[in-house]
Design a binder for this molecule. Structure first.
Ligand SMILES: Cc1cc2nc3c(=O)[nH]c(=O)nc-3n(C[C@H](O)[C@H](O)[C@H](O)COP(=O)(O)OP(=O)(O)OC[C@H]3O[C@@H](n4cnc5c(N)ncnc54)[C@H](O)[C@@H]3O)c2cc1C
Length: 476
């Protein structure tokens, strides 16, 4: 994508490419890691790409670490030559996060995949950073507990911490930030540091855990993560209901939250997304704005929530509810939502998506989506909208032909307007995907010059030689 790719080129131009690792450094890594050091073209390409539209920017080498001390060893070796170090989970991020814009050594965490402890009495678990959310939940099967954060992709927990991820469960259980207890990180001088104890709360000093959450690998490597667990609710019910307009659907969720309905999930798909998922999942859902809902609790609590929700939905002209109670029925009912991203990509053969991530205060959400729909129509874009409306968060996938510069520029211009609109409504440039390369230009608009200067000061203090994922979030 012309405009998007230029971001990577711009960052490269601003911060000239560092020295590649010397032959001696690569040899030291090879001696320590053997076949777990790779410089094969295919491996480098895979680790220089994410789910964004950017062209790959491969690192010079990839090391598959198996423990914190190994990660610390890589950092010490690279720090000595000021060679960049880029953490890599599963590469599912969407804003150019893992691109090695200045080369360097990519530290792949996929072999740090041990669940180290499950503590039902504390409602916590400790995992190595490469454990995916699916792997953790598989390890928790039968324990009565689950890990709630679900960003759609089966991302690594370390990557989810690094991007401050969230997802469909957030309206009830919170984001990655809310579900973090402590971390073990490797600092720029190769020290292994624990950021907090396992206590549920603490007033002891600065909150280092939250500093690393959302840092996108620019402050250090995250090696171990202690997360909160939640007990499985006694029962759950899923429902799908359609509305005449997006505003009716969104206002229903806002009213329900303001009335105190403890929604477990509340996702909105617009009519175009419904068209895409019907074609993709062979469903026959009405092609109008639709809410995918989930309620959890005791049977009596679910009945009470459902009744209140029915009244709210009626007052906004919603249609009949389709309900599912048993786990397999619920999963079938929600399949269209889970497939929305890939279904939308198929709306236009050969297209790529510029995926946006607006998040505003709940009270501003309906107006922000209305204005965004008007913008899509005014500019003749093909751009389905769906999102975690219970969090005030929505995504607009602008589908473009990657070979058509005009379409790409139009998509980028739309994205700029959407960020500005989100900020005008008191929101943020990214609710969950993070800054990466793509959103760096908006940080100052959102936080002001003094706010970004403070971030730069933190970056400089923790990573004085700018070795951790350089060229992302803030440049020194
Ligand atoms: C179909 C689809 C749907 C998605 N939906 C959502 C959604 O609903 N909500 C949401 O939040 N996101 C969503 N995402 C984005 C993505 O899943 C998240 O950003 C995810 O948290 C990234 O995890 P990862 O393991 O893939 O990290 P990667 O992509 O490998 O890395 C992401 C960033 O974290 C850094 N990093 C990774 N591991 C470490 C580590 N151990 N130490 C230090 N830095 C590290 C990397 O350097 C990079 O900057 C979606 C993506 C896709 C493809």
């Amino acid at each position: 994508m012309e405009a998007v790719m230029n971001d990577a080129a711009r960052v490269k131009a601003q911060t000239p490419r560092r020295r590649a690792p010397s032959a001696a450094l690569l040899e030291r890594l090879r001696q320590r890691f053997g076949e777990r050091l790779s410089t094969s073209q295919a491996t480098l390409l895979q680790h220089g790409s994410d789910e964004s539209s950017y062209l790959p920017q491969p690192p010079d080498a990839v090391v598959y670490v198996q423990g914190s001390e190994e990660a610390a060893f890589v950092v010490r070796q690279c720090a000595a030559e000021r060679v960049p170090v880029i953490g890599f989970g599963t590469g599912s991020s969407v804003e150019g996060h893992v691109l090695a814009v200045q080369g360097g050594v990519c530290v792949d965490f996929s072999q740090m995949n041990q669940v180290l402890a499950i503590r039902p009495n504390d409602l916590t678990a400790t995992v190595q950073a490469g454990v995916t959310r699916g792997q953790l939940n598989a390890a928790l099967a039968g324990s009565g507990f689950f890990f709630s954060v679900d960003p759609g992709a089966d991302a690594s927990i370390g990557g989810m911490v690094a991007t401050a991820a969230s997802g469909t469960n957030t309206v009830r259980y919170g984001t990655m930030r809310d579900n973090l207890v402590s971390l073990t990180v490797v600092t720029a001088d190769g020290e292994v540091v624990r950021t907090a104890s396992r206590a549920r709360k603490s007033s002891a000093g600065y909150n280092l855990t939250q500093l690393y959450c959302g840092c996108e690998g620019t402050l250090g490597l995250i090696c171990e993560v202690t997360v909160r667990l939640h007990p499985h609710p006694e029962a759950c019910a899923a429902a799908v209901v359609s509305f005449p307009t997006v505003r009716d659907a969104v206002d229903s969720v806002i009213d329900a939250i303001q009335l105190g309905v403890p929604l477990a999930r509340a996702e909105m798909l617009d009519a175009l997304t419904l068209r895409a998922v019907n074609a993709h999942s062979r469903t026959t859902l009405p092609e109008s704005p639709t809410l995918f809902l989930e309620f959890c609790g005791s049977k009596a609590q679910i009945d009470a929530q459902a009744e209140l929700m029915r009244e709210v939905v009626d007052s906004h002209g919603g249609g009949a509810f389709e309900w599912a109670l048993r786990p397999e029925e619920r999963s079938r009912l929600w399949t269209p939502r889970h497939h929305a991203y890939f279904a939308c990509l198929q709306l236009k053969a050969g297209s790529r998506s510029l995926t946006t991530d607006a998040c505003v205060p709940l009270s501003e959400l309906a107006a922000c989506i209305d204005e965004t729909q008007a913008d899509v129509a005014a500019h003749g874009l093909l751009a389905p909208i769906f999102g975690h409306v219970g969090d005030g968060n929505f995504h607009c996938l602008v589908l473009v032909d990657p070979e058509d510069p005009a379409q790409n520029e139009a998509a980028e211009a739309f994205s700029r307007r959407l960020v500005q609109r989100s900020l005008d409504h008191g929101g943020t440039s990214t609710g969950e995907h993070g800054v990466g390369l793509h959103k760096m230009r908006y940080l100052e608009d959102e936080h002001g010059t003094p706010g970004v200067a403070l971030m730069r000061a933190i970056k400089k203090a923790l990573d004085p030689h700018d070795i951790f994922n350089p060229g992302k979030v803030v440049t020194p």
